[in-house]
Write a protein that binds this ligand. Structure first.
Ligand SMILES: CC(=O)SCCNC(=O)CCNC(=O)[C@H](O)C(C)(C)COP(=O)(O)OP(=O)(O)OC[C@H]1O[C@@H](n2cnc3c(N)ncnc32)[C@H](O)[C@@H]1OP(=O)(O)O
Length: 527
């Protein structure tokens, strides 16, 4: 037995009992051993308590079930019953607002989840849901505690069920700070945002050893499920940072942009950035020639307050941008095509990324501003066989279902299905605007002329001259900026320099928007 596992003594009076309480608490807070703490630090990782301290406002943490211990037997567990059972749970504040937290203590059973450990997490999740406050998990655990068998597995089931029940009710943020296998990877996948730290955190269903045994593939832990893999390739994580301090600071920033729950609006901030600040620079940033690339993040920077925004999934599906920022202090979600990556086309991953973001904004009362410059969906066998139809439908479904204020702005081109999907008026955008450089059409002029004037071009004495003439004709007939405005399909054609002011005034008008969906258990979105 270690000192941690000794039964309480028999103090003779109340003072003695209080002293004993402080002693027990001190043991619980200290954790298993100095050696274990040094080992954690040597891996470039903080302890669970150090992480909680970074996350919450100073002195705001209130711990729950600090003195919990497991009651499992077998495999020597009777002799090893540390306080906390390897997870620290409680609540505190971030910028004065309540946040619930649980943090695995890797020093105890590698942070692995047993029955007592799991029920502590269940309790704190229930409290977060009841209080209507965000839940942040600081994950550094080896998955199900092997010695506790099915009890550990059932513990995960209880977490997954609560993750799902809490989805769209309170913001759930998972911060991955160590090797997280099996169940420890699935719970984060059910939450709204996943943060990772390079080199020290990994997520996988089965580790490299199992992969090698089953498929013969050899790969390192980081190669299989490190931060870069999940930030760039799989899309499992939304944010990746070099160190825990920066990562946890960014969690605080994200929380400042989210409401406490689905019945509240995100917190408004005071903004010194003038509503009517003109953006003449936008005319230079966006080339009139629809085929020339530019960086859409510069446009976002120009129109949001103080150029400040948080990109979600920054390095995955980079042909679309999803970002949270503020306009006149009000939080907005921005979805924008990125013409400098794959010309800003919509493909499978871009559709999935934007669909989840639109859903998140809608769940948490965040108005959506969509900036379009999209040549269409990406054609190709890979895309078709990969199910672009159902993945693209996810984005369509998410927009069609969203009842938050929705404003779209067409900067340059918006062709075909991609135009409809990217929050066109016909699928329920509250306001749609276009710059005078816009081209809205079923497809680009060259492609269109080749289809509808095929015969004339083929039969002409000079087919190339005929093609050029027909392209020009199509452009002047259909692809001028006012074609959509004349039909009421955009609400206004605006001077790009006035974009910020127009968007902010529209958002202000829509602040009191209320829309109900038909009564139903839930929809059946494409998967
Ligand atoms: C539904 C599910 O969750 S299924 C998934 C079940 N979990 C797993 O298969 C993961 C098994 N564990 C591992 O692969 C590795 O321990 C890793 C990758 C998580 C961490 O590796 P390392 O950083 O090298 O740490 P290490 O293996 O030394 O583990 C640290 C301690 O945690 C213990 N531990 C690790 N995983 C578990 C576990 N799942 N259950 C109980 N104890 C565990 C180790 O025995 C070790 O204990 P000790 O300090 O008393 O020796």
């Amino acid at each position: 037995m270690t000192v941690l596992d000794e039964a309480p003594g028999e103090p003779t009076d109340a003072r003695g009992r209080v002293a004993e309480l402080h002693e027990i608490r001190a043991q619980a807070v200290a954790g298993p051993s100095e050696k274990a703490t040094r080992a954690q630090h040597a891996k470039g990782k903080l302890t669970a308590r150090e992480r909680i301290e970074l996350l919450l406002d100073p002195d705001s943490f209130r711990e729950v079930e600090q003195l919990r211990r497991h009651r499992a037997t077998g495999f020597g567990l009777e002799a090893k019953k540390p306080y906390t059972d390897g997870v620290i749970t409680g609540w505190g504040t971030v910028e004065g607002r309540t946040v619930f937290v649980y943090a695995h203590d890797f020093r105890i059973f590698g942070g692995a989840l047993g029955e007592a450990h799991a029920t502590k997490i269940h309790k704190i999740m229930d409290m977060a849901i009841a209080a209507g406050a965000p839940l942040v998990s600081l994950n550094d655990g080896a998955g199900a505690r092997i010695q506790e068998g099915v009890s550990a597995l059932a513990g995960y089931g209880g977490i997954f069920q609560r993750n799902t029940r809490a989805s769209g009710v309170i913001p759930q943020i998972s911060v991955m700070l160590g090797p997280c296998a099996g169940g420890a990877a699935y719970s984060p996948a059910l939450t709204d945002f996943v943060f990772m730290v390079r080199d020290t955190s990994q997520m996988f269903i089965t580790g490299p050893d199992v992969v090698k045994a089953v498929t013969g593939e050899e790969i390192t832990q980081n190669g299989l499920g490190g931060a870069d893999v999940h930030a760039e390739t799989s899309g499992v994580c939304h944010f990746a940072y070099d160190d825990e301090e920066t990562c946890i600071a960014e969690v605080r920033y994200l929380l400042s942009l989210l409401p406490q729950n689905n019945r509240e609006n995100p917190p408004r901030a005071e903004s010194e950035d003038a509503v009517d600040r003109r953006s003449d620079v936008l005319l230079d940033l966006v080339p009139a020639d629809g085929n020339r690339p530019y960086d859409m993040t510069k446009v976002i920077e120009e129109i949001v307050d103080d150029g400040d925004y948080l990109e979600v999934h920054e390095r995955w599906a980079r042909n679309i941008i999803c970002a949270l920022g503020r306009m006149d202090g009000q939080v907005v979600g921005i979805v924008a095509n990125q013409p400098q990556v794959l010309a800003g086309v919509l493909d499978i991953e871009a559709s999935e990324k934007a669909a989840r973001f639109v859903q998140m904004c809608d769940a948490f009362n965040i108005p959506i501003v969509t900036l379009l410059d999209v040549p269409g969906f990406l054609p190709g066998v890979d895309q078709e066989h990969g199910g672009i139809i159902r993945h693209g439908a996810k984005l369509l479904y998410a927009y069609c279902n969203a009842t938050v204020p929705r404003i779209s702005l067409i900067l340059r081109k918006a062709y075909g299905g991609a135009y409809i999907v990217m929050d066109s008026q016909s699928i329920g955008a509250d306001l749609t605007y276009a710059w005078p450089t816009n081209e809205i059409a079923v497809m680009g002029a060259e492609g269109a002329a080749n289809v509808i004037f095929r015969r004339q071009i083929a039969e002409a004495e000079d087919p190339e001259a005929m093609r050029t003439r027909m392209v020009k004709e199509y452009k002047s007939e259909l692809m001028h900026p006012y074609y959509a405005a004349e039909r009421g399909l955009v609400d206004d054609v605006i001077d790009p320099a006035e974009t910020r002011e127009v968007l902010i005034k529209s958002l202000a008008m829509l602040q009191t928007k209320h829309a109900d969906l038909p009564s139903r258990k839930h929809g059946n979105p494409p998967q």
